[in-house]
Design a protein around this ligand. Structure first.
Ligand code: PMV
Length: 285
């Protein structure tokens, strides 16, 4: 059985969403496909290597299988991953692989899980691996489309986005760095999160691209203030601004992707994506 799930970009509100604030997120047309087959053993093959159940090399798939055992005991399974989503770049590759694995296991072992069950299990997998998760990535990987989260309010987004990948990062490390900064300066950081929350509301009802770009710049400055930008990201964004573009981090920061709105042209070396309304689904094999 083959299942797939989309990657995503967080347009506004990453990190603040971990503390219950709102974020604007959209699934994009990059997908992760996972094939599962009943077997006597566990075998996982992906661009990261070939392993058995391995919580270091394949943590999201291994924990997804472990969590699936709570629904149905299985003796083994072969898992093959093929993904368009760059790994550890803020595009939700981990959530997409967890969601697609659970969706494929559900179909292969006929457990009739609902989308809600799949989302909850994938969120649990993120917590198993990362220690914490707002659930935003597994949510959008399960349902597709564009949303204000955690309210789960649908948003219609027509514009395309450019992405520039500045290398891999660790979500867990960045989330923990923000947590430490917040315990040191709770009033300051919480005020920044409040500002991000307002910004998300403003962005969700805004159809003016110039204004959205302004909000992109403000959100990026606030992300810089909570320590998740890097000199490399700052320099790249400054260079883009000299060329007339606005951009911000999408996801945890510390590396990963930056994004901006596609208008009449795109920056050199960028990848263009659009919102995908397809959530997790079974593919024809
Ligand atoms: O894993 P990433 O880079 O897509 O970031 C996830 C978004 C965070 O807000 C940083 C963490 C979370 O669980 O919401």
């Amino acid at each position: 059985m083959i299942a797939s799930a989309p990657g995503k970009i967080i347009l506004f509100g990453e990190h603040a969403v971990v503390y219950g604030k709102r974020a604007l997120v959209a699934a994009v047309n990059l997908r992760c496909r996972v094939e599962v087959k009943k077997s006597q053993n566990y075998l996982i093959s992906s661009p990261l290597g070939k392993t058995g159940l391995d919580f270091k090399v394949h943590p999201y798939i291994s924990f997804a299988i472990r969590r699936f055992h709570e629904v149905k005991k299985i003796e083994g399974v072969e898992v093959k991953v093929d993904s368009d989503i760059p790994i550890a770049s803020g595009l939700g590759s981990s959530a997409a692989v967890a969601v697609a694995t659970i969706k494929a296991l559900d179909a292969e072992f006929e457990t009739s899980l609902s989308d809600r069950d799949i989302f909850e299990m994938a969120k649990q997998v993120e917590i198993d691996v990362q220690g914490t998760s707002s659930g935003i990535d597994p949510f959008v990987a399960t349902y597709g489309g564009a949303w204000i989260f955690p309210e789960r309010k649908k948003v219609d987004i027509k514009q395309k986005f450019f992405l520039i990948n500045l290398g891999q990062k660790s979500t867990a490390k960045m989330v923990s760095a923000v947590c430490q900064l917040r315990s040191k300066y709770p009033e300051i950081i919480d005020k920044i999160f409040d500002a991000i929350d307002f910004l998300v509301c403003e962005a969700a009802r805004c159809n003016d691209l110039e204004k959205l770009e302004e909000l992109i710049s403000i959100n990026q400055s606030l992300l810089r203030a909570i320590g998740v930008s890097t000199p490399e990201i700052d320099e790249k964004i400054a260079k883009l601004e000299r060329e007339g573009f606005k951009a911000k981090i999408t996801g945890a920061g510390g590396g990963g992707c930056i994004y901006g709105i596609v208008k009449d042209r795109i920056p050199e070396g960028s990848l263009v994506v659009e919102v995908s309304y397809d959530g997790a689904k079974i593919e024809d094999s």
